[in-house]
Design a protein around this ligand. Structure first.
Ligand code: AMP
Ligand code: MG
Length: 515
């Protein structure tokens, strides 16, 4: 394919000392990627700049100056950047989809930071050899969602790719309707996906597969070398083991916070166990295990309650890709078994934290009894379709108020019991819950609950308001949401409306794959 050359691409001399580039990925060689330039967008404008992330990475203020606006829009190149798009394959909705690849995310390179080397990608920066008929662009609507949700996840303590900046352009982009373009600069230690490994396995290219696995082991998951001791020195078995463990922990956190990813294809699964590729995701409003957030997912393959099983299915696909390297089928299957115990354990821990039971209060011998308490609560919540975030937050506040010892006739519980129709059922559950702990522990439990149950999540309707404003050129709501979501466990007085039930119009919102 041909990319329009642009005069702005004559390596605009942006101070080479601003970022210190390394290029460990490029050492893999041309079978893994294609070097290419981003395609410029018209009239780029900052829609959001993440100063907190820039500070945390130790990157200089110049990164957000006018010159770098051009660079983070894909209209100019920072000196030292060697842009490329990587190739991967994958399973989409349970079917082998063959070759995919970075169809619109252009990798600028890897820059040194206070948190170690970080890769930077521009999502929506134009066509690549892997665009498969797509336009290489991302619309402002989905880019705002990606920007805010990356940072919301980080605020919740959930592993994720990060969002450094959001650049808007008036350039038209056709989706179901005519929209406008945007470019998100996203940052992660690595953007490697399960699909990168599936690609070379499907090609029968064992040499490339090994190179890629060694790259991941050396640069991104060095703990695998130690883990290999558990697997007769087999570092590739250890690699799969570390990935299944991280994936299980990630899924536990998604489930605990009520996050639905929406498109858990194997090409959207991060090798590092990060949340990646924000599309039709949703933080559930009313609790429903069968909730489907992606309106293109007619079968409900990626429904909230199915996510943990889908992650296992995806790990199985990764295991098949790594099988030639592990070279021991029994061992490969045994590694995968780890997910079946690791995920429920991680979920149990996460749910117990939501009930205030961490540290000395997370009594090992109570694990099973605690889980049955959690399950009964989830069944009650599902029957009532109670608002997931609000319920947990109100429960946390109610427990804080019981710091002199729990008393179920206390009006402090009303904010919780008012959320359901079947009060006797909830009161019976609350009785069991309060019986579980020593009254002297309630203060500590309540404080823990406030740290485990967020007040603010990126509900669809909140994002929608920011999108509609931004589409008129007003980006202020992005900033407001960012401020709340980066510290979602804090109270943020004056912003109660952002923690309320969704308005009626929100139920009409349909979020599809189109982005
Ligand atoms: P997704 O469902 O967003 O994970 O995308 C699946 C594949 O389609 C990946 O290879 C993407 O890079 C590619 N893709 C999605 N949207 C576009 C687009 N507008 N232009 C080019 N490629 C795209
Ligand atoms: Mg994707």
């Amino acid at each position: 394919m041909s990319l329009k050359p642009s005069p702005t691409h004559a390596n605009v001399p942006i101070d080479p000392t601003v970022l210190e580039w390394t290029h460990r990925l490029t050492q893999l060689g041309p079978r893994f990627f294609t070097h290419l330039q981003p395609t410029p967008v018209a009239a780029p404008r900052w829609a959001a700049r993440n100063q907190d992330l820039r500070d945390a990475l130790g990157w200089p203020t110049e990164v957000f100056d006018d010159v770098h606006l051009q660079a983070l829009a894909g209209n100019a190149l920072m000196v030292g950047s060697q842009p490329l798009a990587t190739v991967y394959s994958g399973h989409q909705f349970g079917q082998w989809a063959g070759q995919l690849g970075d169809g619109r995310a252009i990798w600028l390179g890897e820059a040194a930071s206070l948190q170690g080397p970080q890769e930077i990608q521009l999502k929506g920066a134009g066509r690549t050899p892997y665009s498969r008929g797509g336009d290489g662009r991302a619309v402002l609507r989905s880019s705002i969602r990606e920007y805010l949700c990356s940072e919301a996840m980080h605020g919740l303590g959930i592993p994720t790719t990060r969002a450094l900046s959001l650049v808007a352009s008036p350039e038209p982009v056709r989706r179901e309707t005519l929209e406008t373009a945007a470019v998100v600069a996203r940052v992660a230690p690595s953007f490697l996906r399960f699909g990168h490994f599936e690609h070379f396995a499907a090609q029968g290219d064992a040499d490339s597969l090994r190179l890629l696995a060694d790259h991941a082991l050396t640069h991104h998951l060095p703990e695998c070398r130690e883990r290999a001791a558990l697997w007769q020195g087999n570092v590739y078995a250890a690699l799969l083991d570390v990935v299944q463990e991280r994936t299980g922990q990630l899924l536990a956190q998604w489930q605990a916070v009520g996050f639905c990813h929406g498109v858990m294809n194997t090409d959207n699964m991060s090798l590092l166990g990060l949340t990646i590729d924000y599309g039709p995701f949703q933080f559930m409003d009313g609790f429903d295990p069968g909730h489907i957030c992606n309106h293109s997912d007619h079968e409900g393959r990626y429904a909230y309650g199915r996510q943990p099983q889908v992650a296992y299915w995806n790990l199985y696909a990764l295991a098949q890709a790594l099988a030639p390297l592990i070279d021991d089928q029994d061992m490969t299957l045994q590694v995968l078994e780890g997910y079946k115990t690791g995920f429920p354990r991680a979920l149990g821990d996460a749910m117990r934290a939501k009930l205030g039971w961490v540290g000395a209060l997370a009594i090992e011998s109570e694990r099973e009894a605690d889980w049955s308490l959690v399950e009964d609560l989830m069944q009650l919540m599902a029957a009532e379709k109670v608002d997931y975030t609000l319920f947990w937050r109100q429960l946390s506040h109610a427990v804080v108020q019981q710091s002199h010892g729990p008393n179920l006739s206390d009006t402090g519980w009303c904010a919780v019991t008012d959320l359901v129709l079947d009060r006797p059922r909830l009161l019976a559950w609350l009785q069991r819950f309060t019986n579980r702990s020593d009254p002297s522990h309630f203060a500590a439990m309540g404080q823990q609950m406030l740290k485990s149950n967020p007040k603010f999540v990126l509900r669809n309707h909140l994002a929608e308001v920011a999108i509609r404003k931004a589409q008129t050129g007003d980006f202020s709501e992005i900033e407001t949401l960012y401020t709340l979501l980066k510290s979602p466990f804090e109270d943020h007085p004056g912003f109660e409306a952002y923690a309320n039930l969704p308005p009626d119009w929100a139920s009409q919102l349909e979020i599809s794959c189109s982005s």
